[in-house]
Design a protein around this ligand. Sequence first.
Ligand code: NAD
Ligand code: LMR
Length: 420
Amino acid sequence: MLARSAAAVAAAASAATRPSMASTLLRAGPTAGAPGGRSLAAVAKKDLMPPLTVAVTGAAGQIGYALLMRIASGEMLGKDQPVRLQLIETKQGMSPLKGVMMELEDGAFPLLESVKGTSDLEEGFGDANFSLLVGAMPRKQGMERSDLLSANAAIFADQGKALSATAAPGSRVLIVGNPANTNALVAAANAPDMLPEQFMAMTRLDQSRAEGMIAGKAGVDVKDVDRVIIWGNHSATQYPDVSHARIGGRWAKDVIKDDKWLTGDFVSKVQKRGAEVIAARGASSAASAASAAIDNIRDVHLGSKKWQSIGVLSDGSYGIGGGLWYSVPCACPGLHYTRVKGLPVDEYSASMMNATEAELVAERDAVRHLLPSSYDAGVPLQKLVALKEAWDANDKARIQEASKSLPARFQAAVKSALSS
Ligand code: NAD
Ligand code: LMR
């Protein structure tokens, strides 16, 4: 099999060096000298760290090409962290993948323990600690990302099942392929043995774009910009929000002093940046997308002082309906993320957040056929509040109206309560 040519070389190289050194040390105990007469202090940390396995789908595509060398060089998981790459492609993609694997071999990356290429999902995701789901069709000029739903969403149902069956316990999955949020929903809903929190949809590229624009406008370094939030969908309805953003510790709004721009051109430019790149390049963004994927996983795994926007399962906070992969600000203390909750939301922000939520609901409804019948899509908090208010007012017509858009089990409960 193709997987074996590059893998065999990498495995042989690795067997000749690192494992034997590590296992000799383990057998000998912590005070023993290192093989070859070197002192223990001279043994690199990377020789003692167990490798992490990273699966990447669409590995021979544009983003894959920009991604793999950087993962191999330690930019994603750390400069001391050995990695094993498991690259997944379609059958047609196996030939270009072979070339990519040769290049990985030729890169002689000290941290790269092995490389495997396959079109078998279970083999590709087997024991993966991190999986980057990139493989999917990109949009062309004139399309919206949601136009890709019919072509791409089914891919993620199969991948969710395979991840659930074979990935390492506690693994993390980042969905990059578009439409990323709804593909994440499809993957998670098809992964019965995993927690929804293990699935993240990538909106980090939008955040980076927004930070770049804010830094440019303020005339500061991008590193000084923090707490820019991307709410909602990785689409033209996303809401890039600077109401909590800081520049060098000061409120971004006070530094920029141009509210018209912040709620006008800035928002629409971030929303449409992907299309702008496609129009200019004739292909969708790739290097910046790969960079964002690396930033996303690195910050979750290694931690960051900055907030990071990630599409995660909505949990009802900010009144966002449950069961959607909606981008929210997250804190990254290391090894995981936690949602930043309780931020004040003004009227303008609320309307923007609702608009992008509505699009995600429509996308979810369009992929119902890919969700297991047992999948509980969650119920928007506002709808439950409307039902409760109608109930408290004892208004039968309003109760019926409010229950109309709720899942069938709610409608049945309301019907039986009204008739009793
Ligand atoms: P590409 O066409 O260059 O590469 C896609 C690769 O995926 C191809 O090699 C193809 O053979 C492979 N592939 C297709 N179906 C597959 C499957 N079922 N399993 C494994 N591999 C499969 O596209 P690209 O530019 O690399 O973009 C990939 C996806 O990422 C697109 O959907 C694009 O819209 C999306 N994207 C998302 C973001 C984001 O911010 N979330 C940014 C840029 C691009
Ligand atoms: C992007 O934001 O650049 C990607 O999602 C690609 C696209 O279709 O815009």
